[in-house]
Design a protein around this ligand. Structure first.
Ligand code: SF4
Ligand code: SF4
Length: 297
């Protein structure tokens, strides 16, 4: 962890008017957005890896079902539809296996740093957080749209050969139409459902709401350190947890999630609480930290 600048603790940004419609969380998100943070750089790399893997597999012909022209692929070879479907199924199962493995070893790090669905929600948060900064909000929309396009584009390559997008004629129209529909759905998810998907519907999250990871990396809170009780860490948490009490049992938020499991099971390891704690306390060691520090709750 880099040394933090010693200065007066930050205070929670207050709404300008009592009727300020922006939820408090967005004010905290905006505060965090105003400071470049190492987690943002890490996430750029990890999210890049996720997208690269998603794109590379069908582009290299390792797995593809071509719904339009029948150019199905398995490990680079042309195959029939059945084998193509089986290959894509095995590839999807392997991705799931890989995310489980990463989370088991590293404590839901895939959820926090590698999951593109979570990234859509994060980028959508930025759009709302910058509501009063039109130029910043335009940039946030652009990032959200570009990421949705990249993600849906990468996913579509599993179901149609890339050549169809430039082939002309009806095939090209249908392919671009499907891509536009997919981007629209991704944006609807990001704007409407957002983190509720992680809390209530994600099948990976369901598993971890029951089984706590033995993760190397976890969120740790040490009350003996300089906690100012500003509550920003709980205020910014996208899945409504209090990082200072992750050992407490949690009622189910609904959906697929299971009741009466420790809050830590629901933690996405996104680091938002640690990031905001750094801004609020500006002191090391931080009361809230993400890393290998042993839990001292
Ligand atoms: S407790 Fe912290 S790391 Fe866990 S989900 Fe909430 S903000 Fe993210
Ligand atoms: S852990 Fe950090 S962010 Fe949370 S209440 Fe204490 S000082 Fe504030």
């Amino acid at each position: 962890m880099t040394a933090l600048q010693e200065s007066a603790p930050a205070t929670l940004p207050e709404p300008k008017r009592k009727s300020d419609p922006a939820p408090a969380r967005f004010r905290l998100v905006k505060l965090a957005l105003g400071h470049a943070h190492r987690y943002g750089r890490y996430r750029l790399v990890t999210m890049g890896i996720t997208l690269a893997v998603l794109m590379a597999a069908p582009l290299a012909g390792l797995a593809r079902v071509d719904l339009w022209s029948g150019a199905h692929r398995m490990l680079g070879d042309p195959v029939d539809l059945g084998l193509g479907l089986a290959t894509v199924s095995v590839a999807i199962a392997s991705f799931y296996g890989a995310t489980f493995l990463i989370n088991m070893i590293a404590g839901r790090m895939f959820c926090g740093f590698g999951c593109p669905v979570g990234e859509l929600s994060r980028l959508s948060d930025a759009v709302d957080a910058l509501a009063k900064d039109p130029a910043g909000q335009r940039r946030a929309w652009l990032k959200l749209g570009a990421f949705a396009l990249l993600l849906v584009g990468a996913t579509s390559l599993w179901w149609v050969a890339p050549g169809v997008y430039v082939a002309g004629g009806l095939a090209m129209l249908v392919a671009w139409g499907a891509l536009a529909l997919g981007v629209g759905l991704a944006l609807i998810h990001a704007r409407r459902w957002r983190w509720n998907f992680c809390r209530k519907l994600c099948p990976i999250g369901l598993y971890y709401s029951v089984v706590q990871t033995g993760g190397l990396v976890h969120i740790d809170y040490d009350a003996k350190l300089a906690c100012t009780d500003c509550k920003a860490c709980a205020g910014v948490c996208p899945v409504h947890l209090d990082p200072r009490h992750l050992d407490q049992l949690l009622d189910s938020p609904g959906g697929l999630a299971v009741s009466d499991m420790p809050a830590a099971n629901h933690c996405l390891s996104c680091g938002a609480c640690v990031e905001i704690c750094e801004h609020m306390t500006r002191k090391e060691p931080l009361p809230a930290a993400m890393g290998f520090r042993s839990p001292r709750r």
